[in-house]
Ligand binder design. Structure first.
Ligand code: SF4
Ligand code: SF4
Length: 247
């Protein structure tokens, strides 16, 4: 395993292990509740920054620092299951994305905008899970995220239900359309031996060997984790920094 993948997985495992402490800092509910009181909580800054990174790094935040991705990849490494493609199920995540962004915006506007910053909103001790009720919330979230990964396959929650992945898709589309310098994948198709090692290792179960053949590495579901680049035995795929090709 390359150093880059060791670092990536170590960060994800650490995020997973510390999730009972950090849960509120990523809370998708507290962001709405605090916004409704005109309070900017840490979770607002986290998800704002998470989305903004996509304007330069595509969906890399999904691959490197997302707590929900961390939960799934920890499971996928222990109990791998190929993704089952389910036509039209993805619609759900687009619906969730619109509903969630709409709820945050509506809450903030109703409160007359943000009037104060409270990074430790509803987390006075700094530790998120500190009561029976918060343990219940924690396990509910973990189960909701893990169930699709067990039933549908690798990163099943990302594929079909995650609204934050959708926000990063939108950011990626914007950066690719405006063609400013950014992170993407580059391939040398002539090096590919069609061994399909990349297909097997991709945490998002993407048909990479086919994408390589057509020299089209842009895929809505690519989280730019770099696993394909790091596991290809023939050096076919690499990270590239610069202006993306015209689509
Ligand atoms: S791992 Fe490399 S050589 Fe093998 S199919 Fe994928 S891109 Fe081609
Ligand atoms: S295509 Fe490569 S970079 Fe994208 S998700 Fe799959 S393994 Fe990661």
């Amino acid at each position: 395993m390359t150093l880059r993948q060791k670092v990536r997985l170590s960060v994800l495992y650490l995020i997973f292990l510390t999730f009972p402490i950090t849960l509120n800092y990523f809370s998708v509910y507290l962001i709405i509740e605090s916004s409704a009181q005109g309070i900017a909580a840490f979770t607002l800054f986290f998800w704002g920054a998470f989305t903004l990174t996509s304007l330069v790094f595509g969906r890399a935040a999904c691959g490197y620092i997302c707590p929900l991705g961390a939960i799934q990849e920890t499971k996928d490494r222990m109990v791998p299951k190929k993704l089952t493609q389910i036509k039209y199920l993805r619609i759900i995540k687009y619906f969730f994305a619109v509903a969630w962004v709409g709820a945050v915006a509506f809450a903030a506007i109703s409160a007359g905008g943000y009037k104060k910053i409270e990074l430790l909103y509803k987390t006075p001790s700094g530790v998120s899970v500190d009561s029976v009720m918060s343990w219940f919330t924690y396990f509910t979230i973990v189960i909701v995220v893990l169930l699709p990964a067990f039933l549908i396959g690798k990163r099943g929650f990302c594929h079909y239900f995650c609204p934050w992945g959708v926000l990063n898709m939108v950011g990626t589309k914007i950066k690719d359309a405006l063609r400013w310098n950014s992170l993407h994948l580059k391939v040398a198709p002539e090096n590919c031996k069609q061994c399909k090692t990349c297909d097997k290792n991709c945490p998002m179960s993407l048909p990479i060997s086919q994408m390589v053949l057509t020299d089209s590495m842009r895929h809505n579901e690519c989280i730019l984790c770099g696993t394909c680049a790091d596991t290809c035995p023939n050096g076919t795929i690499r990270y590239s920094w610069g202006r993306p090709q015209k689509s």
